[in-house]
Design a protein around this ligand. Structure first.
Ligand code: ATP
Ligand code: MG
Length: 420
């Protein structure tokens, strides 16, 4: 069975579309500087692995490592003098990725294996297939990352992994791999939040300055987050129905475009200057929330009505109209938030951050307002492990590590993560 992002939380075995990873370098847009949720049902084997790891952890060695790192011993000082190399693992959806990130900023390696070709024929991610592919691919990615970084395992300071949100079966593969490595290497484990990862991907290319407002636009999330300081997240607005990436993928499917549809709509939208008139969902006057299901239904209605009349509407006009409606609302609310919170930067994050229409409109609006816009390079927009290594560094700075009996958290919140 194939399902979509909004259905993840209600059905543990299925999920929505991920995104195809485009490995290109960042390109400046408009002279602006560019910075390069789902449900628990652990399978029997993973639970076994969990309990084995828990019992070994309880018996001592990794707890000792954590103790040494937090107690100000000689070992701690040694760790702090050396560059901190975090080996990060991301398997929350349909990308298997391993990265090695130094001091939270320098990407020594970031290898990503996308399953998009496999899920494309189903029109969305099939969770059972996704987790099986992660199992097959994870060790290959690990070896490749170490090779690319020219790093040996004994140079690794900590192991980070996406703990959630995500598909439970997919998360579990990364979590078990990370626990195993942390235990074997006797280094700390850092469970990391996926959305913090999307935001801190930007720091791999440009320092973030606070207070800032982050606009997170991905396959499962659409959020405006006020960050008064490093590692402090206050969600001020979120989608009330579909995530923006999910809306892109559904509209693309209605237009007969392949999965994932976001990049295809983006491409089509550039092909016309004659957008179809579509509504904008502003919601209440002061609200920072979003809603995309009405817009999606409006597109489906237009397509059905023109079909019933025997007419054809150029898909590019639909794509352009849809994209303009989405981008207008995202940009307007983001600009209002940066003003209200006195932000020094507007930071874009998530798979839909790759969207050219959104990048262009935000660049224009920020240039007018004298606001610094930070956007990730294309290859760091969609899921990758380097962003997890960057976010995990927040926890390293606090010497706040995760016990080896850590569980994957399909519905993990940012607040829960930072307060752990
Ligand atoms: N150029 C683009 N324009 C619009 N959407 C895009 C573009 N490129 C990718 N996307 C969309 O980005 C989404 C994938 O992003 P991402 O990998 O961040 O999602 P996810 O990890 O599955 O969800 P989440 O991060 O919320 O858990 C897909 O919906 C895809 O269609
Ligand atoms: Mg993501």
């Amino acid at each position: 069975m194939v399902m979509h992002k909004d259905e993840r939380a209600s059905d543990p075995l299925t999920a929505g579309a991920g995104g195809k990873r485009d490995h290109q370098q960042s390109a400046a847009v408009g002279g602006v500087s560019h910075a390069a949720e789902r449900k628990p049902t652990a399978g029997a084997s993973s639970n076994d692995a969990d309990s084995q790891l828990k019992s070994t952890a309880d018996s001592g060695s990794s707890n000792d490592a954590q103790h040494q790192l937090t107690s100000g011993s000689g070992n701690t000082r040694e760790h702090q003098k050396k560059p901190v190399r975090i080996l990060a693992i991301e398997t929350s959806c349909d990308e298997t990725s391993v990265a090695i990130v130094e001091d939270g900023r320098r990407m020594l390696a970031n290898v990503v294996s996308s399953q998009v070709d496999i899920h494309e024929k189903y029109g969305g991610v099939v969770p059972e297939i996704a987790s099986r592919k992660h199992v097959e691919t994870i060790t290959v990615m690990l070896e490749e990352a170490l090779q690319q970084a020219d790093t040996s395992l004994d140079e690794i300071s900590a192991v980070a992994v996406t703990q959630g949100p995500g598909l439970v079966g997919s998360l579990l593969v990364g979590v078990v791999a990370a626990k195993t490595l942390a235990l074997a290497l006797d280094v700390p484990l850092i469970g990391t939040h996926h959305i913090a990862g999307h935001i801190y991907a930007n720091e791999l290319v440009q320092p973030l300055e606070y207070p800032l407002v982050a606009l997170v636009v991905s396959g499962g999330h659409t959020e405006l987050i006020h960050m008064p300081a490093r590692g402090e997240f206050r969600i001020i607005g979120q989608t009330r129905d579909d995530a923006v990436g999910e809306a892109y993928d559904k509209v693309a499917r209605a237009l007969g475009l392949p999965y994932p549809g976001g990049p295809h709509i983006d491409r089509l939208a550039q092909m016309t200057d004659d957008p179809l008139e579509l509504p904008r969902a502003w919601l209440e006057q002061d609200s920072y929330d979003f809603s995309f299901s009405g817009l999606k239904s409006a597109v489906l209605n237009v397509l059905n009505q023109t079909k019933m009349r025997g007419e054809v509407i150029p898909p590019a006009r639909v794509a352009r109209g849809f994209q303009e409606s989405v981008c207008d609302v995202l940009a307007e609310k983001a600009m209002r938030a940066v003003q209200e919170f006195g932000a020094r930067q507007l930071v874009l994050a998530g798979g839909v951050a790759a969207n050219r229409g959104l990048r262009t409109v935000l660049a224009e609006r920020c240039a007018q307002a004298g606001m610094q816009l930070v956007v990730p390079p294309i290859e760091l927009c969609t899921d990758n492990a380097a962003m997890i290594g960057a976010a995990a560094y927040l926890k390293w700075e606090r010497q706040s590590f995760t016990p080896l009996d850590m569980k994957a958290k399909p519905l993990f919140t940012l607040e829960e993560w930072m307060n752990e």
